[in-house]
Write a protein that binds this ligand. Structure first.
Ligand code: CTP
Length: 417
């Protein structure tokens, strides 16, 4: 057994009896890599799919599934009470039903009844079972109680059939788990409320590439992590989300539609195609402001010892053009447009002053100010953002990008009519 770090976040990984239980092994491995202390609580049926030895070896802990083992430690109460997150991967139709009705017939359902922390369920089952009114009602009951129940992905199921019912990829499940623990109470509140059901959110992310020739480009190192966190937050709150991704390495959250672009010109075109139907548009991408005036159709060759001069022209300002297009279209009057600005400023007051000018110049409703004076720009999982509107500061987060995403999406949601 391994030593566990007393400061590590404590996760109870419940596993119900479905074929997707094998994917929970990968979830467990990734949670441990992220520094979590994980206790696996499988149901008796889950052990028919993946045995106790595997869970125990991967978690470094003994594994119990009934309430009759280690009785002196009262695990059926202690595990839930002391956890930072209880998650169930996969949640079967039967587990959802038992949880919704408050049954306590094994260790996992006891843990669910004693948890003081966020609880997240990741259902996986055949489409018919997922869409059955009984399951839908159980999911609604659980969500009504504050449990985060992630819609399953659509795709190939165990047999030859396909449809909604697939477990999301383990990497995505772990991102959601970490985002829930980061955001703790506030995030749980908004995710379980699902205040964006019926809304469409378009988010741009990543950095554009402007071609110099067929093998070279001008670009920037935007990771896309902030836009991805916003897309995930909006999707978990029930929105249908399209992520317009420019050259991004970050994984796309499950349930989010993807539109890939390369250059600022592509981004401009796709954002204008998607924005008319959107309730919220978020420009988190870092578009290049300049592009080569005449990209070469063939690879540029060295010419003796001399250097080279590039002739660049300005790209369209996508954000500004989106707010201008909205102003011309009465049907988009209620649309909320969010811009970003990475600025260096000697102090906070100056940062907000610069931001207010940019917000007015771009015509957006909210501006997310990123203080980059400390040299922290791209690729970090943490950030420091201040959200402003035309009246001034609305909130600040110095923390994870998921916490920042929760603030940004909440502020955008609050403006929707
Ligand atoms: N943006 C855009 N199109 C561009 C450049 C930027 O839509 N060609 C968007 C970004 O996605 C961001 C916002 O505009 O939401 C602010 O980006 P920033 O680079 O700060 O704007 P600039 O207008 O380039 O401001 P500056 O002159 O200060 O660089």
């Amino acid at each position: 057994m391994v030593d566990t770090d007393a400061t590590a976040r404590r996760v109870i990984l419940g596993v119900a009896g479905g074929i997707a239980a094998y994917k929970a092994c990968e979830v467990l491995r990734r949670l441990r890599e992220a520094g979590c202390d994980v206790t696996v609580v499988p149901t008796a049926n889950a052990l028919k799919f993946v045995g106790e030895t595997t869970w125990s070896a991967l978690s470094g802990k003994a594994v119990d599934s009934d309430v009759w083992s280690n009785i002196t430690e009262v695990p059926h109460v202690r595990l839930g009470q002391t956890a930072d997150l209880v998650m169930v991967v996969p949640a079967t139709a039967d587990l959802l039903s038992r949880a919704a009705t408050g049954r306590a017939d094994d260790l996992l359902t006891n843990v669910l009844l004693t948890a003081h922390c966020p609880v997240a369920m990741f259902p996986a089952m055949h489409t018919e079972m997922w869409q059955h009114p009984a399951t839908m009602q159980n999911v609604a009951t659980l969500r009504g109680r504050g449990v985060v129940v992630k819609d399953p992905d659509s795709g190939r199921l165990t047999g030859a059939d396909s449809g909604p019912g697939r477990l999301p990829e383990p990497a995505e499940i772990v991102e959601v788990a970490l985002q829930l623990m980061d955001g703790a109470a506030e995030t749980l509140g908004t995710w379980s409320e699902r205040d964006l059901v019926g809304r469409h959110v378009v988010v741009s992310a990543g950095g554009t590439h402007e071609a110099l020739d067929p093998v070279r480009f001008l670009g920037n190192s935007s990771s896309g992590l902030m836009g991805v966190a916003i897309a995930r937050e909006a999707a978990m709150r029930g929105a249908s989300v399209t992520l317009v991704a420019a050259n991004m390495q970050a994984a796309v959250p499950s349930g989010v539609d993807l539109c890939t672009v390369t250059s600022t010109g592509d981004l401009h075109r796709e954002m204008h195609r998607l924005a008319p139907e959107a309730d919220v548009v978020v420009m988190a991408a870092a578009p290049a402001d300049f592009t080569p005036a005449e990209p070469s159709g063939s690879k540029i060759k060295k010419d003796g010892d001399g250097g080279m001069t590039l002739h660049l022209v300005q790209t369209p300002d996508v954000l500004k053009s989106l707010t201008e297009a909205r102003a011309q279209d009465a049907s988009r009057a209620g649309q909320v447009i969010v811009g970003f600005a990475a600025e260096t400023a000697p102090d906070r007051a100056e940062l907000v002053r610069i931001g207010a000018q940019k917000l007015a110049r771009k015509g957006c409703d909210l501006l997310v100010l990123n203080d980059v004076s400390a040299g922290k720009v791209f690729g970090h999982s943490t950030t420091h953002v201040t959200v402003i509107d035309s009246d001034g500061e609305l909130g600040e987060v110095a923390g994870s990008k998921s916490q920042a995403a929760a603030l940004i999406v909440s502020q955008a949601a609050a403006r929707l009519v």
